[in-house]
Design a protein around this ligand. Structure first.
Ligand SMILES: *Cc1c(COP(=O)(O)O)cnc(C)c1O
Length: 404
């Protein structure tokens, strides 16, 4: 069976983890701090904090900004549940908006959804393809939006408009207008989950790019404390002589990154541009080459004049098929010993969102994108022979189902 997205684990990762285990320091410490600095340099952010997931980062940022009951947060209907769930955790009102043809959120739909209660907008760089940042920023910075905005906290007052909080879980290494994703929105959250391009098993980070009126060191300090119970000193600081006493300044969360995870991340970051991205790009280009001549294939957006994907997901769409036909094609592909996936089932298809009143009929483009979607294997160790098997399995399966 060809797996969908196994992590790349070789002797280098194993040695890095072993070295960390033997170092005597396994939780948040020097490796995490070094990883933060290297990510920050890589994406060109103002400040980066590592956590145990992207989801934790999204929720911490909403809470840092004071988002709660009575507030609205705009999220694409076409995303992973993480993006929607964190809004609900905060007790805010989730406002789902429709997608556009490239899978990403429609800036027009965001514009229409903004009200005087909007506190944050959370676009998702789907599959690693950057959203329309220029259009979204223009909307958020418009006179209409800032005059609608009601500030309830000192952070909200300082920003003067809704927070642009990107779920960039897929987009590490992607570029928009010559800038790395991670340096554009007020905050971007990346995921280092096992299936993502750069994996630390579980992990994530927040990259901050707030306006210069914010003190980024202070925001960083706050988020660090907030991610560790609200405790003023981390475990490493407490090991220093006479430094045992600490305070809890708020009932914080527990979502810090471990040095074991950071050790994996440091290896992966070191070979990200030289090995990971080129290999993933090569695989995607080979899929494009194989499928683009077929009438039934809609190849996913990967690059254009001002966007470069991080090549995270190859989101193929089969033109004109129903959801049932797509499911049959997937079944056929699996029978040919190839694992594929669907990214994503739009949120209104799930019980938790339907019970909150969301209806799939209100998001026709998201449904359209979903009903023919099949994500194909993309990972470092997928060799050309394996890729040929994937391509053959897809072509045979599609043709078989379409002639039924
Ligand atoms: C993976 C993923 C997340 C969550 O990342 P974690 O690090 O697992 O929290 C969020 N959003 C999207 C779109 C994802 O694919």
């Amino acid at each position: 069976m060809i797996p969908f997205s196994p992590p790349r684990i070789d002797q280098r990762n194993i040695d890095a983890v072993t070295e960390t285990l033997k170092s005597g320091w396994i939780t948040t410490g020097p490796k995490t701090k070094l990883f933060e600095q290297k990510i920050n340099d890589y994406v060109g952010a103002k400040k980066t904090i590592c956590l145990n997931s992207a989801t934790a980062g999204l929720e911490l940022m909403l809470r840092w900004f004071g988002v709660g009951p009575g507030d609205e947060v705009i999220v694409p209907a076409y995303t992973y549940s993480s993006t929607g769930n964190v809004v609900l955790h905060c007790g805010a009102r989730l406002i789902l908006v429709d997608a556009q043809e490239d899978f990403n959120v429609s800036p027009e739909a965001i514009k229409r959804a903004i009200t005087e209660n909007t506190k944050a907008v959370m676009p998702v760089d789907l599959g690693g393809y950057p959203v329309d940042y220029e259009e979204i920023l223009a909307i958020l910075n418009s006179e209409r939006v800032s005059s609608l905005f009601k500030a309830n906290t000192k952070e909200q007052e300082l920003l003067g408009r809704p927070l642009l909080l990107s779920d960039s879980a897929h987009a590490f290494g992607a570029e928009y207008s010559g800038q790395r994703v991670g340096s554009i929105s007020d905050a971007h959250c990346f995921s280092f989950h096992a299936v993502k391009n750069l994996s630390t098993a579980e992990g994530g980070c927040i990259c901050l790019n707030l306006p210069s009126s914010f003190d980024h060191d202070e925001v960083y300090r706050y988020l660090t404390i907030y991610s560790l119970h609200g405790q003023t000193k981390d475990a490493l600081a407490k090991t220093q002589k006479g430094n045992w006493r600490y305070d809890i300044i708020e009932a914080g969360y527990k979502c810090n990154m471990t040095d074991i995870a950071a050790a994996l991340g440091l290896v992966e970051l070191d070979r990200y541009d030289s090995e990971t991205l080129p290999r993933r790009r090569e695989i995607m280009m080979a899929y494009d080459q194989a499928f683009s001549a077929n009438d039934w294939a809609i190849c996913p957006p990967i690059e254009n004049e001002n966007k470069i994907s991080s090549y995270h997901l190859y989101m193929l769409r089969i033109r004109g098929v129903s959801e049932e036909q797509r499911d049959q094609i997937i079944q056929e592909i699996f029978e040919r010993e190839v694992s594929v996936n669907v990214h994503f089932q739009p949120l209104p298809l799930f019980t938790a969102y339907q019970s909150r009143g969301f209806n799939m009929d209100d998001y026709p483009v998201a449904f359209q994108n979903y009903q023919g979607e099949i994500s194909l294997p993309v990972y470092y160790d997928l060799n050309p022979n394996m890729q040929s098997q994937v391509i053959q399995a897809v072509v045979d399966s599609v043709e078989q189902v379409l002639k039924r």
